[in-house]
Design a protein around this ligand. Structure first.
Ligand SMILES: Cc1cc2nc3c(=O)[nH]c(=O)nc-3n(C[C@H](O)[C@H](O)[C@H](O)COP(=O)(O)OP(=O)(O)OC[C@H]3O[C@@H](n4cnc5c(N)ncnc54)[C@H](O)[C@@H]3O)c2cc1C
Length: 400
């Protein structure tokens, strides 16, 4: 046990040293107000740097990265990256988490060999084409149609809110293959090459004045049969597994960044005047609020540790991951709102930080607006509550 702890401490020292040498000290300044192209280029360079250091995808198996990390080491990496205020690989989050998880669970060996090295070595960007204008929370109602004709499926339909689709080379696509079957039974899962004729991408401007997600229009798009994942009409089961990934390990780094942001909030309270012109941190109410956030962030980390333990035991995150997503997103929203209120007008004068991970950048008004992405994406919080009540607590199902 002591030897294991010492080894982990040694590992932490190595990662800390790596961060000291490699995290660009000026990246926040460089990315503040950067163009989309500049931010994309920055993300690619950072991915390559992390890959060189063996730190780009700590959750991937050694077959693809040359190195297996334990869950404890994964946590250490997330903690040290957050501590060093390293940028997150946001542009690659679908590639590194969803695509990897999907291919390892349901992909063929040929699909893995084609796509996983391309992600890690060449920074191939992926997007997710699940949601449609009338199928978000009720995803099983999706209408995009895929009809088999010989060796291809011909796809027609529309997707929406597809993050980074404008930069993506591939898309994880859900489409209906059997319109006669019960709605979640007739769906299949495909890997769509975004360069296929008939794919049109239209970016949408979001609340934070950024263009990150897009509409996708698919007209007679041909997808080769070998780009189907799993069996025909098995897509719903596979997609649910992809979604629980989105609500689980992916939150390791954001949760650690929230912990770092907490100390930024404490600094803000020290430098902002409170009642009687004294620093806000001297107000009893502010101190109580700060202590509350401190305790809640500690709770979040404990929840994540519990989920990781569950993953080691059961091999997957399961519906409990909804608890983490719910807790993190609501905490982030209250936290950034509090900081924006405490900082007052001066938090609104700061330029938005484009590029990696603006959710806890310390540009508080902007962070607050962005915090809403977490309460909606990957299933809204109302849906998370339904999942928790029905699948974790065993309460009666929602009436159809
Ligand atoms: C930042 C961001 C990134 C995203 N990225 C992607 C992406 O890459 N790919 C992708 O496919 N999608 C993506 N989405 C879409 C996201 O998955 C959907 O927005 C989400 O599932 C909600 O669907 P909707 O917007 O259609 O809202 P609706 O489903 O229309 O919901 C509207 C409101 O009704 C509530 N509601 C609906 N049904 C119930 C119910 N049964 N019980 C209680 N309340 C209910 C919802 O909680 C919500 O408040 C993204 C969204 C955001 C915000």
């Amino acid at each position: 046990m002591i030897a294991e702890l010492e080894a982990l401490a040694g590992f932490r020292a190595d990662v800390r040293e790596w961060c000291r040498e490699h995290v660009p000290a000026d990246w926040v300044a460089r990315m503040t107000g950067a163009s989309v192209d500049e931010s994309l280029e920055f993300q690619r360079v950072w991915l390559a740097e992390l890959r060189e250091g063996g730190l780009a995808a700590p959750h991937w198996s050694s077959e693809w990265t040359g190195r297996d990390y334990s869950f404890e080491e994964e946590i250490v990496i997330a903690e040290e990256m957050a501590r060093a205020r390293a940028p997150r690989l946001d542009t690659f989050f679908v590639s590194l988490y969803h695509t990897y998880g999907l291919l390892m669970e349901a992909g063929t060996e040929a699909q893995r060999r084609r796509h996983l090295p391309a992600i890690l070595d060449h920074g191939e960007i992926w997007c997710q084409g699940f949601s449609e204008p009338n199928a978000g929370s009720d995803l099983a109602s999706l209408r995009t149609r895929a009809q088999r004709r010989g060796d291809v499926y011909v796809v027609n339909g529309q997707k929406v809110w597809s993050t980074y689709a404008m930069h993506a080379r591939f898309c994880l696509l859900l489409a209906r293959t059997d319109p006669a079957a019960r709605k979640n039974r007739g769906i299949s899962y495909f890997l769509l090459d975004m360069r296929t004729p008939g794919v049109e991408v239209r970016p949408i401007v979001d609340l934070g004045r950024r263009q990150e997600f897009c509409e996708l229009f698919l007209v007679d798009v041909e997808i080769p049969v070998e780009n189907r994942i799993g069996e025909e009409n098995e897509g719903w089961r596979i997609a649910n597994s992809t979604l629980s990934t989105e609500r689980s390990t992916l939150l390791l780094m954001p949760a650690e960044q929230l912990r770092v942001a907490y100390w930024m909030l404490v600094d803000l309270a020290r430098t902002t005047p409170g009642s009687g012109g004294r620093p806000a941190i001297e107000d009893v109410g502010v101190r109580r609020d700060l202590a509350g956030f401190h305790a809640e962030i500690a709770n979040l980390r404990l929840l994540i540790n519990r989920m990781l333990t569950q993953m080691i035991r059961a091999g997957g995150a399961g519906p409990e991951s909804s608890i983490i997503k719910l807790y993190y997103s609501e905490l982030l929203q209250r936290f950034t709102c509090y900081a924006a209120q405490l900082g007052g007008m001066k938090t609104q004068e700061l330029a938005p930080l484009l590029g990696a991970a603006p959710y806890v950048s310390g540009v508080w008004e902007f962070d607050f607006l962005n915090s809403y992405t977490w309460t909606i994406s990957a299933g809204t919080n109302e849906i998370q509550r339904n999942i928790i009540s029905e699948r974790v607590l065993g309460m009666p199902r929602e009436p159809k």
